[in-house]
Every structure is written in C-alpha cells, then in structure tokens.
Design a protein around this ligand. Structure first.
Ligand SMILES: [Zn+2]
Length: 69
C-alpha cells in the first residue's frame, strides 16, 4: 500500500458521515441494535456496508459491494 492509499483510507474512516451520501435511500442510516437495542450507525468499508453498535460493538453487515454485478 502506498502512502497515498494509506492517507486515503484514513480519510474515509474519519469522514464516515460524509461517505454516507453514496448510500442508496432505501438503506436506513440508523437501525436498532438486535443485541442491546441501542442505535447502530451505518458505516462503510472498502467492500461492504455495515451497521456498527457503539454500545456493544455488534457489527451487522448489509451489502457486500463485491457482489454487485
Ligand atoms: Zn448493541
């Protein structure tokens, strides 16, 4: 991984709110955690979208971008 790519990945992790603009409308930005019922925030990784619970660290994956045609 080059320095440029490393900077880019850090940038994405630090701007998750801005990154949610790319998410389709039908995906809720926040859902209730099935484990502790706190609100889970929608996060995105390089190849997937997932909900992350800050209360219990539960991760719920929604879409694998690699599976898109
Ligand atoms: Zn939770």
């Amino acid at each position: 991984m080059t320095n440029t790519e490393l900077e880019k990945s850090t940038e994405i992790k630090n701007s998750q709110i801005e990154h949610t603009r790319e998410i389709p409308v039908e995906i809720n930005h926040e859902i209730e955690c099935p484990r502790c019922y706190a609100m889970m925030s929608l996060c995105s990784d390089f190849d997937s979208l997932f909900y992350s619970c800050e209360e219990c660290s539960f991760i719920l994956y929604t879409i694998k971008k690699n599976n898109l045609p």
